[in-house]
Design a protein around this ligand. Structure first.
Ligand SMILES: Nc1ncnc2c1ncn2[C@@H]1O[C@H](COP(=O)(O)OP(=O)(O)O)[C@@H](O)[C@H]1O
Ligand SMILES: [Mg+2]
Length: 281
């Protein structure tokens, strides 16, 4: 396994692979890898000749008061995990190469970026769309793999690839969870012991919503009210939003008639966690 630090070297590698008719699967991450990331790498490994894992903590997608500085970083451990999963290349560019001092260009996916998480993290999805465009241009992967845990991100990237005619297939893979249901996330390492216990309430609320819908409840407001009641029982929990939306356009749904995306963001202490499920009535 190679670790490539330079953009030029990365694109040279990709060109060489494509000349040899080798397909490339790409897994973009911010590192601090967990089993959720590994599930994406395994899928890429099974479907491609070469697997590239991107590790880049992208400053452009963090707000000024967010955790960019303290975001967990551990290249040594990440490299070990990637090697175990049969990764061919870790692409690990530094910030000055990705965003030189005179950097000017951004990618914005309108509407889809302003709701749900985007409403509370202005500029976040602009940062995500911009970095993913750059990474796709540098690596030219045949397929790029994303997690359904970040449902809005996957939807935005798919739309961007369609609108900009990018020559890559986007695949969204299921959310990997801890035994108790908590969605795996690099930010779970921020949680203290009691907070970790409270954090399971995100998944419990989503499960409750799914059960209510399965039992015939079609009233989003009522379902959200019940989810709020459950989450608010936990001392360390502070709800940022709970939304029931159309999984295509992310617009709110009042009466549930078709498949819906139920998405939420909850602060557990100072740690902001997200989760979601897709439910059919
Ligand atoms: N629990 C999970 N299950 C599946 N995919 C995940 C999970 N957590 C993160 N991912 C995916 O891994 C990719 C990199 O996410 P990243 O921001 O590095 O991790 P995290 O969101 O855990 O901090 C994204 O496509 C994200 O959706
Ligand atoms: Mg993340």
């Amino acid at each position: 396994m190679k670790i490539i630090y330079s953009i030029k070297e990365m694109s040279d590698f990709s060109k060489k692979m494509h000349l040899q008719d080798q397909t490339i699967g790409f897994v973009p991450t911010m590192g601090a890898l967990h089993v959720g990331h590994l599930s994406l790498i395994r899928k890429a490994r099974g479907e491609n000749d070469k697997v590239v894992v991107g590790i880049f903590v992208n400053p452009m997608q963090f707000g000024p008061k967010e955790d960019y500085k303290r975001y967990p970083r551990n290249l040594k451990l990440d490299a070990q995990l990637c090697r175990q999963e049969g990764t061919d290349v870790i692409f690990y560019p530094d910030v000055r190469q990705m965003y030189p001092a005179n950097y000017k260009t951004y990618v914005v996916v309108q509407d889809l970026s302003d709701c749900l998480c985007g409403k509370f993290r202005p500029g976040h999805f602009k940062g995500v769309a911009t970095v993913v465009t750059k990474l796709i241009n540098i690596i030219s992967p045949d397929v790029a793999y994303f997690g359904q845990k970040d449902a809005q991100q996957a939807i935005i990237i798919k739309k961007m690839v369609e609108d900009l005619n990018l020559a890559v297939k986007i695949k969204a893979m299921p959310t990997i969870r801890e035994k108790d249901g908590l969605a795996m996330s690099s930010r779970n390492t921020y949680l203290h012991k009691d907070q970790r216990r409270d954090a399971v309430v995100l998944y419990q609320a989503l499960t409750q919503a799914k059960d209510l819908i399965r039992q015939g409840n079609r009233d989003s407001l009522d379902i959200i009210r019940k989810m709020r009641r459950l989450i608010n029982k936990r001392r360390s929990a502070n709800i940022q939003y709970i939304s029931i939306v159309c999984p295509q356009d992310l617009k709110p749904v009042d009466k549930i008639r078709n498949k819906v995306l139920i998405a939420l963001a909850v602060f557990i202490g100072k740690t902001r966690l997200i989760d979601n499920i897709v439910v059919s009535p």
